[in-house]
Ligand binder design. Sequence first.
Ligand code: AMP
Length: 195
Amino acid sequence: MFNLVIFGAPGSGKGTQSQKLIDRYGLTHISTGDVLRAQIAAGTELGKIADSYISKGHLIPDDLMVDILAQEVDRLRPTSNGFIFDGFPRTIPQAEALKKMLEQRGEEVHSVIGLEVEDEELMERLVKRGIDSGRSDDNPETIGRRLKVYHDTTSPLREYYTNEGKYTPIHGSGHVDEIFSNIVNAIDNHPQLKA
Ligand code: AMP
């Protein structure tokens, strides 16, 4: 299995690039945001709890999020060649929990791709996405809070994964295909992909 974390601020293009990575490498996509939105749409208890955080631009508590992720991994693992983790981890405790959880299953994170985009451009993209998609958390006030949460709580993961020798920064503005080809160059020669 080849396990990749696609990392970056809200609006940095994680979802778009994940889709292209799935097509190229046949990996299984786990977007924690998508999992939570599906629960909200289905009106489950978990969805109600998730909505109370998401609509305010806050993070779901780590313990709950780690449980949800472990369930997804176990559900999808039997049919998977590896995962793209999109939107997870978002905190240092989540990264530590992911490491432990994968270790218990004889797995690890092999590479972390960080899509780096200026705040001003993120804000523009998210406001536009809010108009197109109708996502309740893509409004200017909530976007501002999500970007702050990213800088305060999530961005320290760059250093965490750099220290683990796994982080590759990718310039995330410009053409989608050009960004994708930079990602491919960064991971194509990973020995685990050829295993
Ligand atoms: P996303 O689609 O990844 O931008 O996620 C949308 C929202 O879902 C976030 O703003 C959080 O409220 C929640 N969320 C998604 N992933 C996580 C996570 N790993 N930890 C905590 N909250 C999350």
